[in-house]
Design a protein around this ligand. Structure first.
Ligand code: ADP
Ligand code: MG
Length: 503
């Protein structure tokens, strides 16, 4: 057998009394893409940070293949890991905000700048990614930051490239071009560790799979030996099935009056949208980025002006109302980019409920006892991991920020909630919590319009699903028709996918 590029032997790592890695053994061979999957908190990021020299394990050894066979890696020394050809694309982008995209990508690379730039341009062209190298990193969206981190990784001549959930914020096209790039690296005999919570990706690019649970690798094998059910079992948190059972699916009463309705609604970026939403219904809303879903949601919410058509809430015409009035009536919108929009906007739109308003953009900042009690309730209900309700919101992890923003929106007691990409960029565990929150809303008869580019998510949660393509509804699906295949076709405007609906 080939010599591995990486050999991890009995690695142990604790944080205080929390034993996070409990004896990890793992080999990665040249020319393989190892998918490392496992629930939130399984220890995946800790493992790869230990390999990268960011954390110092208490026990075990790590070897990297060198000129003369396996060489022992010095712990807790990122430079040593880099020198041996290991590169990690981290889960949370860590760019220098004051530097440009180009400076961030090329930083720390020894070669001549002109050569590096030429290579960078080639890589970007091959990938087909749209990224302005001269922009300052501060102005990038989360997705763009992720692209920059990935480019950093692809440009390095790494022997072992590790990607920690790299695609959580990327579009379908970006993911596909990334996969093509990874495949090229694999053919050059580079070893890749690919951490993901998306099962489809495992079948798309992995040659081998390792499942991690609770600090141990519980199962490894060739990708072909795994089926979906086995992966699901390895992926979900231990208590997931119990929670799923708790929030068992409740049928929607389609004879009831729709709580929300759009009639031939048109605005900038979308046209002639008609749909109905019923109490306690989760309506999945899929499409590719740019399909017009966010524009539609923002217009419904009074952020942009409608051009024609009507919006009804419980039969009442609410077309053209201001955001404040619409919120008061019982429609709420949780926007996609929680960093730039969510926290700030929620603060402003909640002017009518000052007790629920964040008084400052950067603080989870609550004064009176009553406000404190509300915050505590959401922290507990949503399992927001924080050191306390006064923790700065910006220092929470992505999933916990998202939960906090959703919590804020729900204090307005909405009848209709529009969630825009609620789980983009967050890990599997927080994702499970957010699914539980969404199912909880359903149980309370709230109608949910779930905008998501993650087809798996739409399939898992929706009672009914519509797809939007180039600003128009391109398909509607119920029951067994809600498959990733159907949703994907309709999202790409493949004709024949659209179906009329009786609803
Ligand atoms: P995964 O990437 O599989 O979701 P992580 O490796 O991020 O899991 O985390 C594993 C466990 O280690 C979690 O319980 C987490 O809270 C803990 N942990 C991770 N990093 C730190 C840290 N820097 N300090 C303390 N605990 C940590
Ligand atoms: Mg992680």
């Amino acid at each position: 057998m080939d010599t591995p590029i990486l050999s991890v032997r009995n690695i142990q790592k604790s944080f205080g009394s929390n034993a996070v890695l409990r004896g990890i053994n793992l080999d990665v061979f040249p020319g393989e893409v190892l998918a490392l999957i496992g629930g939130n908190g399984a220890g995946k990021s800790t493992l790869v940070k230990s390999i990268m020299g960011i954390y110092k394990p208490e026990g075990g050894e790590i070897f990297i293949r060198g000129e003369a066979g396996l060489e022992k890696l010095e712990f807790s020394n990122p430079a040593a890991s880099l020198n041996k050809g290991v590169y990690l694309v981290p889960q949370e982008p860590m760019l220098f905000p004051n530097q440009t995209v180009e400076q961030n990508i090329l930083m720390g690379m020894g070669e001549k700048k002109s050569e590096l730039l030429a290579r960078l341009h080639t890589v970007i062209t091959v990938l087909g990614w749209k990224l302005d190298l001269g922009r300052s990193a501060r102005s990038l969206t989360i997705a763009e930051q992720q692209l920059v981190e990935i480019l950093r990784g692809l440009l390095r001549d790494a022997k072992l490239l590790i990607l920690d959930e790299p695609t959580s914020a990327l579009t379908f096209d970006e993911v596909n071009s990334l996969f093509a790039a990874i495949e090229t690296l694999r053919q050059k005999n580079i070893g890749v560790i690919y951490i993901t919570h998306r099962l489809n990706e495992v079948f798309q690019i992995a040659t081998r799979v390792a499942i991690m649970r609770d600090g141990l690798i519980t199962l490894t094998g060739e990708a072909g030996e795994f089926d979906r059910a086995m992966l699901v079992k390895g992926l979900l948190p231990e208590d997931f099935t119990e929670r799923a059972a708790e929030t068992e699916r409740r049928a929607v009463d389609y004879r009831a009056q729709p709580v929300f309705e759009l009639r031939n609604f048109s605005g900038y970026g979308f046209a002639d949208i008609s749909l109905k939403l019923y109490p306690g219904e989760i309506l999945g809303f899929c499409g590719v980025v740019g399909a017009g879903r966010t524009e539609l949601a923002m217009t419904v919410f009074g952020r942009d002006r409608a051009l024609s058509g009507r919006v009804f809430l419980d039969g009442e015409d609410i077309t053209g109302m201001t955001t404040g009035e619409i919120t008061k009536k019982g429609v709420n919108y949780v926007p996609e980019d929680r960093f730039l929009n969510g926290i700030f906007r929620i603060c402003h739109l909640a002017g009518n409920i000052t007790s629920a308003c964040l008084r400052s953009m950067s603080r989870f900042f609550l004064n009176s006892a009553a406000e404190g009690a509300i915050a505590e309730k959401y922290v507990e209900d949503f399992r927001i991991k924080t050191t306390g309700i006064r923790q700065e919101i910006g220092s929470l992890s992505g999933g916990n920020q998202q939960k906090a923003v959703m919590g804020r929106a729900l204090t307005t007691k909405p009848r209709v909630v529009i969630l825009d990409e609620p789980t983009r960029g967050i890990d599997a565990g927080a994702r499970g919590d957010i699914y539980a929150i969404i199912n909880g809303l359903k149980k309370e008869n709230v109608a949910v319009l779930l905008i998501s580019s993650d087809m798996e998510e739409i399939v898992e949660l929706s009672d009914r699903a519509v797809a939007m393509f180039q600003g128009r509804i391109s398909g509607e699906f119920t029951g067994d028709e809600i498959t990733q295949d159907n949703l994907m076709r309709a999202s790409f405007g493949v004709t024949g996918a659209a179906k009329g609906s009786a609803l």
